[in-house]
Ligand binder design. Structure first.
Ligand SMILES: [Zn+2]
Length: 244
């Protein structure tokens, strides 16, 4: 790693992120629909043609074919290039922070980036957070504690505090508005995310979480029959900012 110039490593990390972003789009679409996301081949939802390597180059294919299927001209959602670019940017940020000095830390955060992006998309589109992904986030949080040689006692205290705040918010909402203030999925995710965050980064988490929450409230509040705001993306954004 040391023999490669830093800019080349970060550029390669960005490209790796674009490719993983492509996987993220597939995972976030297929997992909630119980479709096979490992062996299932990508196809155009309109003409059902299986997509080849030419159709699946992250960002480039969408730009070259002007956001259309090259077989039937059906429009292809801009969610694909956007998600790929966000994932690429997250990978590059992780690389800037932890490569080449702490490669194992970087690998954990890259996997976490894919999981948190997938959870955020599923919560925005489907308003739920799959337990399977939350369990993987929990496992990665424990690995982070181990890799960064944080105290497991401190991590346990953070985990308990996150669950306590979540439960408090839930019951406060119930008492004030007869609606749960926060869903069980959000409480579980908050617990899982709290594990890798060092105590002195809590302020970064709160700032980034608050900012994302304002954007989500502006976007969702009053739009549906319930005053429902998906909290998952704000929790993920806050946690990732605190971990960088
Ligand atoms: Zn097509």
């Amino acid at each position: 790693m040391e023999i490669l110039p830093g800019s080349l490593i970060h550029g390669m990390s960005f490209i790796l992120g674009l490719i993983c972003g492509s996987f993220t789009t597939a995972l976030s679409y297929r997992l909630p629909r119980r479709e096979d996301f490992v062996n299932g081949r990508s196809h155009c939802p309109k003409c059902r043609t299986n997509l080849g390597p030419l159709d699946l180059i992250p960002v480039i294919s969408w730009l070259v074919f002007r956001g259309k299927c090259r077989h039937c001209n059906a429009p292809v959602s801009a969610r694909y290039p956007y998600i790929e670019l966000v994932c690429g940017s997250l990978f590059a940020l992780v690389s800037l922070s932890f490569v080449p000095g702490q490669p194992e830390h970087a690998v954990i955060l890259w996997v976490l980036a894919v999981l948190l992006l997938t959870l955020s998309i599923i919560d925005l589109e489907q308003h739920r957070l799959p337990n399977s992904l939350i369990m993987l986030v929990l496992g990665l949080g424990l690995s982070l504690v181990w890799v960064t040689e944080q105290s497991f006692v401190e991590a346990g205290a953070m985990f308990a505090a996150a669950l306590a705040v979540g439960l408090l918010a839930r019951f406060a909402g119930q008492m004030l508005s007869h609606q749960p203030g926060i869903g069980w999925d959000d409480i579980k995710l908050a617990g899982a995310l709290s594990l890798g965050i060092p105590f002195d980064s809590v302020i970064v988490f709160l700032g980034a979480f608050g900012l994302a929450l304002i954007i989500l409230v502006a976007e969702f509040w009053g739009r549906r029959h319930l005053p429902f705001v998906p909290l998952g993306p704000a929790l993920c954004f806050g946690a990732f900012a605190a971990l960088l």
